[in-house]
Design a protein around this ligand. Sequence first.
Ligand code: ARG
Length: 464
Amino acid sequence: MNATKQLWGSRFSKPLDKKTNDFNSSLSFDYILYKYDIKGSIAHTKMLSEQNIITNDEKEKIVNALNEILSEIDEGKIQFDFEYEDIHTFIEKLLVDKIGDTGKKVHTARSRNDQVALDIRLYLKDEIKNIQKLLIKLIETLISIQEDNLETLMPGYTHLQRAQATTLSHHTGAYVEMFKRDKSRLDDVYSRVNILPLGACALAGTPHNINRYKTAEYLNFGDICLNSADAVSDRDFIIETLSSLSILMTHISRMAEEIIIWSSFEFKFIELDDSYSTGSSIMPQKKNPDIMELLRGKTGRVFGSLINILTVMKGLPLAYNKDMQEDKEPLFDSINTVKNSLSIIPDVIKTMKINKDNMFNALKQGFIDATDVADYLVKKNVSFRDAHNISGNIVSYCIKENKTIQDLKIDEFKSFSPLFEDDIHFAIDFKNSINAKKVIGSPSIEAMKKVIEINKNWLKDNEV
Ligand code: ARG
């Protein structure tokens, strides 16, 4: 290991041991931050010149060289040399190689401690927006499925037992609400990511007359961190991001789980398109929902990352500690996992075949109309508790007689309560039962249309 590859070699009599250097270096993974590192350095340099800390000429040289380095990396003309300690050290070396001593001035009133915090925040500002764009696309896809299935009747479940009639539109709408919350949680996280740490330097600020608000303006930050020790030691914004992404992945995983169950032979509610299904190397008949299983499985990575960083942070004294270098791999992995997951789902659900007949037929068994019978009696002034009992007796009778509630003749109904009249058959018809539920949030076509309208307006207010 060549000592000139470090920014701090002069105090030491020997270079770092090779294996130790590899262990210490983050360049193999933090290289992806290069454009943010350069962007941050350019803004910092401009501010230094405006504050007369460096000359205009020096600024020009540094900014031009940094822009050149950026395009050379983009074009693959520069290979990363992993013997360097991190992306910050490497970019500074490239700069000094290009313009000599002037390049060394870029690190005036700065430390890698505030620089790394800045780079991750800049990276997250972009990635949160990217994830939100994907979420919006998913929500739009779900809403179009809702619009196409306002009248697609199916059983709703509790305890995975048939419970009450609902529609595919209503069921799908539950996911719309989940993903809307994910979007707004990320808005909230964004507001705390969007704060400039630069100017904190190592931990105690700088004697140079820098203007942090100027740097914040150049980099489009909403505000600046108000305590320099906090600025370099805070990773709450990463924890919050991973926490929001974990919740988001729970939603993806639940949806994947339902799609897996629904495509089973036992349910057959949907069939995945061949282009999103896989086969078995031994069983020729198999059509497997591997992609959905992978989505469910990938959730573990994101939860793992959250616990990883919480654990790294929990015992750290202020301010910067090298433990914090461990924040990057789990964060990057989770961001990629979430983006990959979100970008695949809309196509899978848009192309899946919905077996409406099977969904409807599933309503017929399981006494899904038992609650409607009770609600019918409530409308005739019976208390819900008594109505529940009467309906339970009817279910028990049907089980014994091997009948469905809808099979029962009016006389059979009357034997349980004289209040039953001919209109009971209308009340327990699945479609009528659903459309009687007009309260907003319920599955009637009327209520669903209102909610879809609200959510379309939400989409307009939430463009990313
Ligand atoms: N690679 C380091 C990290 O990711 C950058 C900051 C290094 N600071 C230091 N004082 N060693 O955290």
